[in-house]
Each structure stands twice: as structure tokens, then as C-alpha cells.
Design a protein. Structure first.
Length: 71
């Protein structure tokens, strides 16, 4: 809590800032996708497009919206 208040007041960045936690979370979630893809399947992840080389993995990353509710 003290880290957050110090950062909010213009001091040093908090130890849980998004520059650290964002890439770490993406790394962990890519591991979850790999485990759900199945044994023996290799995932090639494109972080800029948020897609992989496996269609079944891409289906877990982005949802399909109903007509009229597209993102």
C-alpha cells in the first residue's frame, strides 16, 4: 500500500506496476493456453496481434460476438 501511495504522489514506481505485471501476466496466460491446447502441440504466440498459430487456441483468446454486438 505504501508503494502505491508513494507512486501516486510522484515518487518511485510501485513494485507491481503495469510495466512488470502486464508482460508477466501474458507469459502466465500463454502457459495456460499451452496446457489447454494439449500435449505435443507447439504454440507460436504473436503478442502484437494477440493470436497464435492454432485456431483452437485463438478461439479461447477472443470471443465471437452476436450480430449487432461486434467489438
Amino acid at each position: 500500500m505504501v508503494d502505491f501511495v508513494t507512486a501516486a504522489k510522484g515518487g518511485n514506481a510501485a513494485s507491481s506496476n503495469f510495466a512488470v505485471s502486464g508482460p508477466f501476466t501474458e507469459f502466465v496466460l500463454t502457459g495456460v493456453l499451452a496446457s489447454r491446447a494439449g500435449v505435443g502441440k507447439k504454440i507460436e504466440w504473436d503478442a502484437t496481434k494477440l493470436t497464435s498459430n492454432l485456431p483452437e487456441v485463438n478461439a479461447m483468446v477472443k470471443r465471437t460476438y452476436r450480430k449487432g454486438w461486434e467489438a
